[in-house]
Every structure is written in structure tokens, then in C-alpha cells.
Design a protein around this ligand. Structure first.
Ligand code: FE2
Length: 199
């Protein structure tokens, strides 16, 4: 099954800056995503995107929401339409005149799958958070106290264990960190305290 999007341009430039309202985005999220584990993953990635845009990029609230929205909806079609993953949500958001930057971030969150290269910082951070966030969450579930006391060393150890959260691509994680010009350590240290707030 190929998920290649076979295009590199998304949305219309005249829609720059447009996002769904919080209510619209949450409605779409609730209607399209039924699996509670996937929902939590998407909420966690959304929160990380928001935190990064605020703390590291110093963006205003409106722009923070655009980052958060990309995170919240990046896997929206995975649950019910896996064979149309990425294509369906992009087409839906194109119809709703959403900012091309948000669409591009969603389209490039798995370059190996969708054939779209992450270009902007928003693209790169969504790609970077996606896989690593999943591994860290899986780790929290096997710890008696969840995120409490979780440290860099423990996460790095799990990352090295090929059998742990085997579906999480280690290559994607290092590729994403390289593209975003951050170390895996920095990214882990950023994720742990913030992701623990979303459960
Ligand atoms: Fe994801």
C-alpha cells in the first residue's frame, strides 16, 4: 500500500495564516478519530508543537495555534481510513481554506511514507516529535510511576533496545533530529516534562 502523495504543493497561498477555530478543529478531531490511544498521541504531539512554537520560536498566540493545529490533526485520517492516510485530511483542510504551511507540515510528517520533504521549522518539528513522542509515551506506560522521575538516560536506553516499541522507527528519529538541527538528547529533554502534562 503506497501512501505517496505524489505532489509537493498543498493548499492555496491566498489562505496564508488561516486556521480552523479551536471548536472546528476539535469537532473534526472527535468525529474522525475514535481510537483513544491515537487521540492521546495526537493531543501529546499538539501540545509539544504548541510549547515549542511558544518557548523556542517565540511565536504569538495565533501562530502557536497553527503549530498546535498541525499536531492535533496530523494523524486525523489514520484511524478510519488508513489507506488514505494523509491524503484525506489534507484534502479536507484544503477545502476548508487552511494555511498551506499547516498542510505542508502534515504532508511531510513522514517523508519516507508520503514522499514530501520537511522544509519549514514547523514541518521539521512535527516530524521530529511524532516518533519520539510515541516511544517516550510507551516507556511511561511500563514505568510504575509513569513520567515521574523519567530521565534522559532511561529514554536513551529504550531507544537503543531495538525490541522496545519496535514500531517506532529509530531511523526516522535520527533523520528528523538531523533535519531540525537538534540533538536527540535535547529533544528528549524537551518532551519529557511537557508530554507528562497530557494524559
Ligand atoms: Fe503521529
Amino acid at each position: 500500500m503506497s501512501l505517496l502523495l505524489n505532489r509537493t504543493s498543498f493548499g492555496n497561498l491566498s489562505n496564508k495564516g488561516n486556521a480552523l477555530s479551536h471548536v472546528e478543529a476539535e469537532k473534526l478531531f472527535e468525529e474522525w478519530v475514535l481510537n483513544p490511544r491515537l487521540k492521546l498521541h495526537m493531543k501529546q504531539v499538539a501540545h509539544l508543537m504548541k510549547c515549542w512554537s511558544k518557548e523556542k520560536e517565540n511565536l504569538n498566540q495565533e501562530d502557536q495555534w497553527r503549530w498546535e493545529m498541525a499536531g492535533l490533526l496530523h494523524d486525523a485520517d489514520w484511524d478510519q481510513w488508513p489507506q488514505l492516510h494523509c491524503k484525506k485530511i489534507i484534502e479536507e483542510l484544503e477545502q476548508r481554506n487552511v494555511d498551506p504551511e499547516i498542510l505542508h507540515a502534515i504532508a511531510s510528517h513522514g517523508p519516507a511514507h508520503f514522499g514530501v520533504e520537511p522544509e519549514t521549522k514547523m514541518d521539521k518539528m512535527l516530524y521530529a516529535f511524532d516518533e519520539l513522542s510515541g516511544l517516550i509515551h510507551a516507556y511511561s506506560l511500563m514505568r510504575p510511576n509513569g513520567y515521574e522521575g523519567m530521565d534522559l538516560k532511561g529514554v536513551k536506553k529504550r531507544l537503543k533496545e531495538k525490541g522496545f516499541a519496535a514500531n517506532v522507527s529509530r531511523e526516522d528519529i535520527s533523520d528528523a533530529c538531523n533535519r531540525a538541527a537538534i540533538t536527540t538528547e535535547e529533544l528528549i529533554a524537551f518532551i519529557i516534562p511537557r508530554q507528562s502534562q497530557v494524559n
